[in-house]
Each structure stands twice: as structure tokens, then as C-alpha cells.
Design a protein around this ligand. Structure first.
Ligand code: ADP
Length: 605
């Protein structure tokens, strides 16, 4: 196909009326031959930034991507749009590869996806030279950052693309946000003089909620049954064992779920990943090994059952929800045990002191987010250097927690811990301190004569769960620390100011989970989509059923055929002709020709 301009390609191929945000500027800049570094959050629409210029410019857009397991799906989705796309990676048979190579050389490809390691081989470079290159797109560009969380050595060699093909424009894209990473990407890929496009990292359709972890299984079930019945989602756990445990637990409770972690056989992993992408309503219970590049648009929730190690990690993981822009939930349950466990892990980790300090700072930032009494989104964006006002779509906005003067309570706890420290050779954790404060004569309290301490029973104004909340918050505020194998609670130097009445301590009052949930459903999130009307709802379900059958027949994920957002728009506008159907956002020329008649049949009932 030939295109008059970028908007012509956008409309005819992708079926969209207009570019979003900075897309147009980026696309025009690259079409004109400029280099670009693009930072945009997940779901922001990065792909169009190199796909449209590849269609408009002469030659083939060469896309470097580390996500080998997903290339087939990406290429299938493009072919379904009528784009001539292919890929080259190690999973192919030689004859498949030869076919793609021949298409490239003959100028029959709009887009060619390449794994970065292929560029190490002379034969790939010679091959590229035989065709015409429209541009280089470097996807997941943060993989070039040595200090980032996902360094790939092969990415370092991408700097040489510029030397070999100086007149071919390059566009590097990533969703990893901090200023330091951006600078490193620009310098390693020689993109300092290219234009940098930094979009807002806000994801307004994601509702952020952080709750205190009490009975995680029950809480998770409530979330999934109460708010996300039948939805696809990801549940993140820290350990491999817990992913398996929670996946079986969900299955026992009638929720289809699969585990995913690096310890599973690679064939099981790829089977589970493929099922998650292809089936509707499946829950993936995974370690953080799962998720990069998963561009399933309709992940409706990301739940964390353990505390992420950093705000960056949390933001990346939660960002996998709601790429289609529809309302989605990022839910994290966090408790005292998480803080203790993570502090212990840092203490016993193998890195040098500087490394442990960095990890510790990451954890502090994560804890500050958890214990915040102000807008979560504003805090998150602030972390990435963006300012924002209260969002109205996070738990602290929907159900503002109270903060209260907990100085006296903190003093009670700190002085209990101080007295326990004086027990020669004995080490005690949070449980013992709380039992003493509550005046419980447990066997262990009696054994160590702790019922004779002056602090015994002075904390009966709070219950156990409230005391655990206080311990957690004092850990988060750096007034308490945990040490050693038995997670002994100890005072930090800062605690002496509280004990000496030189400073006060503000605490966050726990909000009851039930109240938070009911209020969130009564208030509309800012980015809420138009609710389907009672007439459109069954039509939408019929369209989904049609899509599921079509996807099965072709062996592709359902969203490759149409996104939920497009099906909703069709159900709502109820087009009566192919022309009208072609006006719906997300229906391009190729899809109209391929599926138009079938959709009209579904609509005609
Ligand atoms: P990213 O790669 O930045 O995570 P994608 O490129 O996958 O994001 O885009 C996210 C979603 O937004 C996709 O479903 C895509 O089709 C849709 N999208 C992108 N640009 C537009 C646009 N201009 N109009 C409508 N939908 C768009």
C-alpha cells in the first residue's frame, strides 16, 4: 500500500482517527529522517511511533526486540492488519528464515523484527545491506543500560548501527523512566543529538490500591470474585513456591489460574504464557520473571501479594494492567512480614556495601509509598520527577486515611523493644513485643519473666493487628530495624529522639478494606469508559464469543483480531453497513475486508 501521509496510514491500516499525545510529532520527526529517543509508559502507544514511519518511508523498518517469544504474535497481529511483517530469530527453521530473508531483499517487507544477537553475525549485516532500510527501531531500549534491571549485553553492539548506516533514522523506545537511565540509553546508543520525547508516565485508567495484608488468600479471592470475576490478570509473588501455591488455591476456588516462574521447564513456561495470551479470563500467578513485553491489552488487574523491591519494579509490573485504556486495578497487599523479610534479604545479600545501600534506599521509597497518607499516583509520578495533583482514582484519594499522633504508642513499643534488647543473649521479634504490650501470659512470656516488665500490658488500647501496623510503620520510618536470622527487632539511632520526647511520630490509621472497596465502586475513576447500555451489553458478549471462535480457528490471541475497546465501540454504535463499521475506531481497511461481513451477521443476530 502507498500512503499519502502518516494520518492516511493511521486511518487505513490501524483504523484510528487521530494520533495520541506526542505520537504525531514523533512519527513526523522519524519520517523526516530524524533520530529519536521515546519514553512513554506501557500502553502509551509506542509501537505506532515506529510502525507508521516504516509504512510511510521507503524500505523496511528493522525492529530490534529482545522479546523472542512474542515475535510470532507481534507479526501475526501486524499481518492481520495487512502489514507485510516478518521476523528473524533463533526459534525458526532455516527454510522459514530463508523465506523471510528473501522477502526482505526483494523489498516485500514493511517491518522486520530481529533479535539483538542476530546483529552480532556478519551474515545478518550483509543481509541488511542487500535491502533498503526505512529505519531502525530499538524496542525495550533500557536493555542497553548496564545498571538497569534488565541489561542485555547484545544491546551494546547496537551503537554500531549508526556507524554502518549513518543516514538511516533510529528510534529507541522504552517505558523505563528515571532520568539516569534515560541519559545512559542516549549515550550508549549515540542518541544524544536525537530528539528526546518524554511523555507523562501517568496511567489514569489504573486504580492504585495498597492494603494491609491480613489473610492474603481471602483478600485475593475477594478482589478477584468481587471486582474481577472472569477477568484476565496477573498475581505477583516473591517466591516460586508461592506462585504454585496460589495458582492451585485459585483453581480449587474455581478461578482458572496458571503458575509461572523461572524454575519451571521452559516448555511449560511458554505453554502457560501462550495460554495466558490466548485465553480470556485466565489468571497468571507469577514471579517477576513474567511480564516484560507481554502486550496483552486486556489485563484487568495486577495484584501483588508480596512487597515489590523498588518503586520502579512496582510501576513496571502494575503497568501491565489496562494497556487498552480501560479501567484496571493495581492492588498490593503488604504486611509487617514483608518488611522484615525484605530487610533480611538485603542484609544477607551478596553484593557489596554500596549495593546493599542502594537496595535499602529502593525499599525505603517503596515503603514510603505504602505508608503514604497522600495520593498514591502523585507520589509515584513524583518519584519519576513529574508533579501531579490528587488523582481521585487511588485508595488514598477515594478513602483518605487519617493520620494520627502516634508518639505515645511509638514510645510504648520502642521502650518494650529496648527492654528486650537488655535480655542478655536473647533475641526477640515483633510477636513477643506485641504479646508483652497486650499483657498476654504466653508460655514464652512466662518463660522469660516478661510479665514482670514495667511495660507488660501497657498497650491494651490497640489490638494485635493494630500493633502489627505500628511495628510495620516504625520499620518503614526507620525507627526500628530487624537483625539477624531470627528477625530480632532493634532500635535505630533515630529512636532515641522519640524516646527522649524530642520528636513526634505520625501514623496512618488503617482503613477497613470493605469500606475502601465499596467507596471505590461508587465513585467513577477519571478514565472510566462509557458503561455499556443494557442493549449493548449482550451484543458485546456475542461479539466476544465470535472473536473467541475466530481466534481459535486462526490460532492467534483474541486481541489480535479486535481489542475489547473496538468491540465495545461496535456494540454501542451498532453499525448497519460496512461503511459505518469502517468508521469505528480500531477497524482498518484490512480488518473491514476480512471480518466486516461476519460482524454484520453477528449484529443482525
Ligand atoms: P506500548 O508499546 O507503548 O505499551 P502499544 O503500542 O501497545 O503501547 O499501544 C497501546 C494500545 O493503545 C494498543 O492497544 C494500541 O492499539 C492503542 N493505540 C495506540 N495508539 C493509538 C491511537 N492513536 N489511537 C487509538 N488507539 C491507539
Amino acid at each position: 500500500m502507498d500512503f499519502a501521509d502518516s494520518e492516511d496510514a493511521l486511518r487505513r491500516v490501524f483504523g484510528y482517527d487521530s494520533f495520541r499525545g506526542e505520537q504525531k510529532e514523533i512519527v513526523e520527526h522519524v519520517i523526516a529522517g530524524g533520530d529519536a529517543l521515546v519514553l512513554m509508559p506501557t500502553g502509551g502507544g509506542k509501537s505506532l511511533c515506529y510502525q507508521v514511519p516504516s509504512l510511510v518511508r521507503r524500505g523496511t523498518g528493522v525492529v530490534i526486540s529482545p522479546l523472542i517469544a512474542l515475535m510470532q504474535d507481534q507479526v501475526d497481529a501486524l499481518r492481520d492488519l495487512g502489514v507485510r511483517a516478518g521476523f528473524l530469530n533463533s526459534t525458526q527453521y532455516p527454510d522459514e528464515r530463508a523465506l523471510v530473508e528473501a522477502e526482505y531483499v526483494a523489498g516485500e517487507l514493511d517491518l522486520l523484527y530481529l533479535a539483538p544477537e542476530r546483529l552480532r553475525s556478519e551474515s545478518t549485516l550483509r543481509l541488511l545491506d542487500k535491502g533498503e532500510i526505512a529505519l531502525f527501531a530499538i524496542d525495550e531500549a533500557h536493555c542497553v543500560s548496564q545498571w538497569g534491571h534488565d541489561f542485555r549485553p547484545d544491546y551494546l553492539s547496537l551503537a554500531s548501527l549508526h556507524e554502518q548506516w549513518p543516514s538511516v533514522p533510529r528510534i529507541a523506545l522504552t517505558a523505563t523512566a528515571t532520568e539516569a537511565t534515560r541519559k545512559e540509553i542516549a549515550s550508549r546508543l549515540s542518541l544524544e543529538s536525537g530528539r528526546h520525547f518524554v511523555a507523562s508516565f501517568d496511567r489514569p485508567n489504573i486504580q492504585y490500591r495498597i492494603v494491609s495484608k491480613k489473610e492474603p488468600k481471602k483478600q485475593l479471592l475477594e478482589l478477584l470474585r468481587g471486582e474481577h470475576a472472569g477477568d484476565s490478570g496477573i498475581v505477583y509473588c516473591l517466591s516460586r513456591a508461592s506462585t504454585e501455591k496460589y495458582a492451585s488455591f485459585l483453581v480449587e476456588n474455581g478461578i482458572p489460574a496458571l503458575p509461572y516462574h523461572a524454575g519451571l521447564d521452559s516448555s511449560v513456561r511458554s505453554r502457560n504464557q501462550a495460554r495466558f495470551l490466548r485465553e480470556d479470563g485466565l489468571v497468571m500467578v507469577a514471579t517477576i520473571a513474567f511480564g516484560m513485553g507481554i502486550d496483552k491489552p486486556d489485563v484487568r488487574f495486577v495484584a501483588h501479594l508480596d512487597l515489590p523491591k523498588s518503586v520502579e519494579g512496582y510501576y513496571q509490573e502494575t503497568g501491565r494492567a489496562g494497556r487498552d485504556g480501560l479501567p484496571s486495578t493495581a492492588w498490593l497487599a503488604y504486611g509487617l512480614q514483608d518488611v522484615v523479610q525484605q530487610r533480611k534479604m538485603i542484609e544477607s545479600s551478596e553484593g557489596d556495601l554500596a549495593h546493599r545501600r542502594r537496595q535499602s534506599l529502593h525499599l525505603d521509597a517503596m515503603l514510603a509509598l505504602c505508608e503514604s497518607v497522600s495520593c498514591r499516583r502523585a507520589q509515584l509520578l513524583g518519584y519519576f520527577g513529574e508533579s501531579a495533583s490528587s488523582c481521585g482514582n487511588c485508595d488514598t484519594c477515594l478513602m483518605p486515611p487519617e493520620s494520627w499522633d502516634g508518639t505515645v504508642v511509638a514510645q510504648k513499643l520502642l521502650s518494650t523493644v529496648w527492654r528486650l534488647k537488655n535480655e542478655r543473649g536473647q533475641k526477640f521479634g515483633a510477636g513477643q513485643a506485641i504479646d508483652i504490650l497486650l499483657g498476654r501470659k504466653t508460655a514464652k512470656v512466662i518463660q522469660f519473666d516478661h510479665d514482670s516488665l514495667s511495660v507488660f500490658g501497657i498497650g491494651s488500647d490497640l489490638n494485635e493487628s493494630e500493633w502489627r501496623g505500628v511495628v510495620r510503620q516504625l520499620l518503614a520510618q526507620g525507627l526500628l530495624a530487624v537483625e539477624g536470622e531470627y528477625s530480632t527487632l532493634v532500635l535505630t539511632p533515630a529512636a532515641s529522639d522519640v524516646l527522649g520526647r524530642k520528636r513526634s511520630v505520625m501514623l496512618r490509621r488503617e482503613v477497613r478494606a470493605a469500606k475502601a472497596a465499596s467507596s471505590s465502586s461508587s465513585k467513577k475513576p477519571k478514565a472510566a469508559v462509557v458503561e455499556l447500555s443494557p442493549e449493548a451489553e449482550p451484543v458485546f458478549e456475542q461479539l466476544r464469543a465470535w472473536r473467541a471462535a475466530a481466534a481459535r480457528e486462526q490460532g492467534v490471541p483474541a486481541y489480535v483480531i479486535f481489542h475489547d475497546a473496538t468491540l465495545r465501540a461496535i456494540a454501542t454504535s451498532a453499525p448497519g453497513s460496512l461503511d459505518e463499521l469502517g468508521q469505528v475506531s480500531g477497524v482498518g481497511e484490512n480488518k473491514l475486508a476480512k471480518y466486516g461481513e461476519q460482524i454484520l451477521e453477528v449484529l443482525a443476530g
